[in-house]
Design a protein around this ligand. Structure first.
Ligand SMILES: Nc1ncnc2c1ncn2[C@@H]1O[C@H](COP(=O)(O)OP(=O)(O)O)[C@@H](O)[C@H]1O
Ligand SMILES: [Mg+2]
Length: 302
């Protein structure tokens, strides 16, 4: 056997492995992505007129992507482009119209009710407005222990409370916050509490839907740094939804750009910033407040 044949065999093997991996949803290292989305579509019924055929608004249109374990995909697009709808479907909070969501290599549809309930623990969410998403009548203690009780984490109330105090420490809040109510805190502190609540059930995947969009710029970077640290410490996988490309560099490994329900562009942060392929992405880049191309990385806040 000569050298040419040898290298040809190697090339064939590599191609075969790549084809096998693609068929089994594996990446180059042979590991299945934590989350794989295929042809995801959501149509909302529009108000039906008498005697007229029903009309549908396609909010999410044939969307596909993978997120590898421990990585962050940023889903970026203007308001109304379908980002939150994608997030809600991933969280099993909104029924899909068609397509497939695979978590840990298995589709949602193939799971039993009990398995889907267990998945809710694995997949948590942090929304934009912690004032709206935190229950104003619940103390921080109640907010942080509720999910633990539902998912039977901790044997006793005291054990759950101990865990709640630990969670506060992890998000940079004093344990004394346990007996207080959401309105007693600033926007940034409330978002820290919302993050602690998400962490309380030990998730592996989080949807972060505009987690800093309602916050002052200085507070935004603190929360993004917190999310990045938590990701590193706990090996979390993120879908980071934002209309503001200016914040993606804090967290994102890859960026998918959404326009009118479709993903129109996808790449690494550098590819998207340095070589945008669509006018739409260029427009999003231009709309970042005071973006300086030479110093676009905002200084991290400790
Ligand atoms: N429950 C709903 N019923 C009807 N239309 C909806 C509903 N939720 C979202 N939409 C529409 O779907 C589109 C995408 O919305 P959304 O996912 O919230 O966008 P984004 O998060 O990117 O701002 C918008 O046109 C919105 O009006
Ligand atoms: Mg949204």
């Amino acid at each position: 056997m000569n050298a040419t044949q040898n290298s040809g065999d190697v090339a064939n093997d590599v191609n075969n492995i790549a084809a096998d991996n693609a068929a089994n949803n594996l990446n180059a290292t042979g590991e299945a992505p934590l989350l794989a989305v295929r042809g995801l579509t959501k149509k909302f019924p529009l108000r039906k007129k008498l005697f007229a055929p029903p009309l549908w608004k396609t909010a999410v249109d044939d969307v596909s992507f993978d997120i590898a374990r421990g990585q962050t995909l940023a889903l970026v697009g203007e308001s109304g482009s379908g980002k939150s709808t994608v997030g809600l479907m991933l969280l099993d909070l909104l029924a899909i119209t068609s397509g497939e969501i695979l978590y840990d290599g298995r589709s949602f549809a193939s799971r039993s009710r009990a398995e889907r309930f267990a998945l809710r623990r694995q997949m948590q969410v942090v929304f934009q407005d912690p004032y709206a998403s935190l229950n104003a009548r619940m103390t921080v203690r109640e907010t942080l222990t509720e999910g633990m009780a539902v998912h039977r984490i901790g044997k006793t109330a005291a054990e759950r409370e101990g865990r709640a105090a630990q969670l506060l420490g992890q998000v940079g809040m004093p344990a004394g916050a346990l007996d207080r109510y959401p309105h007693e805190f600033s926007g940034g502190q409330r978002q820290r509490i919302a993050i602690a609540r998400a962490l309380s059930v030990g998730p592996s995947f989080m949807v972060l839907d505009e987690p800093t969009s309602a916050l002052d710029v200085s507070v935004q970077s603190q929360i993004l740094n917190l999310l990045r640290r938590l990701q590193r410490e706990q090996g979390l996988t993120y879908l980071f939804i934002t209309h503001n490309l200016g914040v993606v560099e804090y967290l994102a490994d890859e960026v998918a750009v959404m326009e009118a329900g479709r993903i129109v562009e996808r790449g690494t942060v550098d590819e998207i910033f340095d070589r945008p392929q669509t006018d739409y992405t260029s427009k999003l880049l231009r709309s970042i407040p005071s973006l300086d191309p030479e110093h676009r990385k905002l200084a991290p806040v400790a």
